[in-house]
Design a protein around this ligand. Sequence first.
Ligand code: FES
Ligand code: FES
Length: 158
Amino acid sequence: MTLDFTLNGKPVLLECTADTRLTDILREHLARTATKLACGIGRCGACSVLINGRLANACLLMAFQLEGADIMTVEGLLAHPLGQAVREGLAEENAFQCGYCAPGVSLALVALFAEQPDAGEREIRAGLEGNLCRCTGYHSIIRGALNAASRIRTAQLR
Ligand code: FES
Ligand code: FES
């Protein structure tokens, strides 16, 4: 099929089979490798992307579901109004160890703060339930998320 969608604000047109997964479209067809593949079955959140502003697992989406979609990966983070605050909040708290979960966690936080600008620790923990960290660095990730939330409130990015 011919697939037409928007990736990080830019139009994309490519040929692929209808059952090609979004993780493969991004990583293999477009060489955008920041979106990670781990479990491949929707359990870990490593492949998290935003589809039309909503958090989704790229490993569960196929080409036939993506026609006309507005897709954001972590490569587009800084173009999002909340992206800088999320990145700086996480970086200042050294939130990650190996960093494999970082793209998914970052996008999960953007989705959360876009929907709940006043999210506190409870909402952040709930918002990150679908994102596993194999380095088990959850304390630093939560600190980073709280730091990002504080930056968003201070800058009134709501
Ligand atoms: S790789 Fe998609 S949820 Fe784990
Ligand atoms: S920092 Fe290594 S998986 Fe999260």
